[in-house]
Design a binder for this molecule. Sequence first.
Ligand code: ZN
Length: 356
Amino acid sequence: MTVTKDGSIIDSEGKVIFFSTERFINDICLGDCCFICGVKPSEREFNNEHILSKWLLRRYSLFDRTITLPNGATVRYGQYTVSCCKECNSLMGEVIERPISQVVRKGRYAINDFASKDYGLKMFVWMGLIFLKTHLKDRTFRFHRDTRNGKELIADDYDWESLHHIHSVIRRFYTGCFVEKEAIGSFFTIPVKPQASPDRFDFGKLYQAQTMLLRLDDTAMLVVFDDAGCAMRYLCQTFERITGPVSEIQLHEIMAELAFLNLQLKERPQFCTEYDTVNDTCRIIGIRPKQLERNHDPQLRGKLMLEALRQFLPHMSVPNYTQEEVLEGIKSGNFSFLFNDDGEFITDGFTPYQPT
Ligand SMILES: [Zn+2]
């Protein structure tokens, strides 16, 4: 075992067990090394890894569908790839994608069963990989579609340091690191009742709050990567009032709520990796804040809601409200699609989405 100058840990076979934040940023985020093992393209053969795996694209007929980037531009899922060394690409297919594709094929109960094991670690890693890859990919897209307005890339503003924890956890299939429960963020599954949309797949993320959702048929998975489970503790009370499957819009509101709870934490959880040189093992630990306290800024909630609901807004109609009133309500942070004015779960009552 060697500790490099920057604080990375390399084992006796030369494998990087732990990337220091500095090495993660320089080699992977700003460099072109493999985002799993860290080798340079000159040292090993590289190929393209789909950000959403091919089995997902096939299952939900997504090859020709598009994802909307943070600047509003769209890109086809079939071309949405990042470069990665061939060995790591194969390994990910074998130990992550294949078992998850088998579980998803079996349906909701199998997904729930799989997700409940090891405090959701395997799903957390799978979703974390997707989240990280989307951000690495944003290094290749210009922010302005018209280059006369600037040549910045979407990823230029990213705070790469904040993705270091996700990177450490998702590499566990490669490093063998043990991940403690406290190092895992909020994670849960929830049944979804598709309303007007024919889509069986949904993907949403809120970058700054490190919050993401993935819906596969009638099951959605939501995750906050860096809150050590704190947002979920608050959300438990809200969940008690959700008495049935949620609609697509309600699902996005839950994502915004999780993001809001995470960003409002007064004290951030801490994460680190410990290496035991005697037994040659490593462990990723999380330390939750002693006092779980948070701020309450409704405008931030409004901002997150707007971002989370962006795809629905142009088509949304809510009985008894004009479009402007709905928009103003969302912006103020006080509008809810989950609960009515009496705090009861809304099972029906608005047209959530009318595909054009
Ligand atoms: Zn690699």
